[in-house]
Design a protein around this ligand. Structure first.
Ligand code: 13P
Length: 253
């Protein structure tokens, strides 16, 4: 029903050579699965997008960007438009990754504008949501995730919503080696799906893919993916190693 989706967010890593090698390694290792049994995307830094697109052409591996700007062109020094991403062959784009929210200060409202801009530009946004450790400890997980989702998806009709993937990434689990337990992930994913049903109807909620991210690795991928509402993985550190990332794709198939 929902095709598994494994995406590798390379963050601010790799260089011109290793980005291409990594992309080629993923395409080779995932051949027969990528684009068929599993949606596979690699998400390199902006400057390597074009060479990574070229490296995975016709392999079934898709390419995403880590961010985008909300305007289509003009005097926005340093920013990248949806059309530019489309032009170099990107299909997916992360919106509201926790590092953009908590390191770069992006608000829910700004993230919502990015989701709208992405869809308007023909891209498929991956909206990232998730709570800080203090928010989890304070019993605020559902409130934070609901706010991220409601504001992030504000103004989208059901027709546009079918372009969106959600990624639940508890901030305390990102890059810390402290993965959410499969049960913790499932609880929040189920909550997200329920919220989507309230907002967009049950059918769309059942069709929307909800990925888990936060210290996912080759060792825990299968158990995370065995949860009913976990439809895929958004992988940071482990996506920089071909063998680990390929194992995670295989575990998700
Ligand atoms: P890690 O897998 O390194 O914890 O990062 C997760 C993440 O932020 C993916 O977007």
């Amino acid at each position: 029903m929902r095709k598994p989706f494994v995406a590798g967010n390379w963050k601010m890593n790799t260089d011109s050579r290793s980005s291409v090698e990594l992309a080629q390694g993923v395409a080779k290792g995932a051949s027969g699965l990528a684009g068929e049994k599993v949606t596979v995307a690699v998400i390199p830094p902006f400057v390597y997008l074009q060479s990574v697109v070229n490296a995975v052409r016709s392999t079934g591996v898709a390419v995403g960007a880590q961010d985008l700007y909300i305007e289509s062109k003009g005097a926005f020094t340093g920013e990248i438009s949806p059309a530019m991403l489309k032009d170099v062959g990107c299909n997916y784009v992360l919106c509201g990754h926790s590092e953009r929210r908590h390191v770069l200060g992006e608000s829910d409202e700004f993230v919502g504008k990015k989701v709208t801009a992405a869809i308007g530009g023909g891209l498929l946004p991956i909206l990232c949501v998730g709570e800080l450790l203090s928010e989890r400890d304070g019993g605020q997980t559902e409130a934070v995730v609901a706010r991220n989702l409601k504001t992030g998806l504000a103004g989208l009709g059901t027709d546009k919503m079918s372009a969106v993937t959600i990624a639940y990434e508890p901030v305390w689990a990102i890059g810390t080696g402290r993965t959410a337990t499969p049960q913790q992930a499932q609880e929040v994913h189920e909550f997200i799906r329920g919220l989507m049903a309230d907002m967009f109807g049950k059918k769309l909620a059942e069709e929307t893919r909800i990925l888990y991210g936060g210290s996912a690795n080759a060792g825990n991928a299968k158990e995370l993916m065995s949860q009913k509402d976990v439809d895929g993985l958004l992988v940071g550190g482990a996506s920089l190693k071909v063998d680990d990332f390929v194992k995670m794709i295989q575990a998700s198939a």
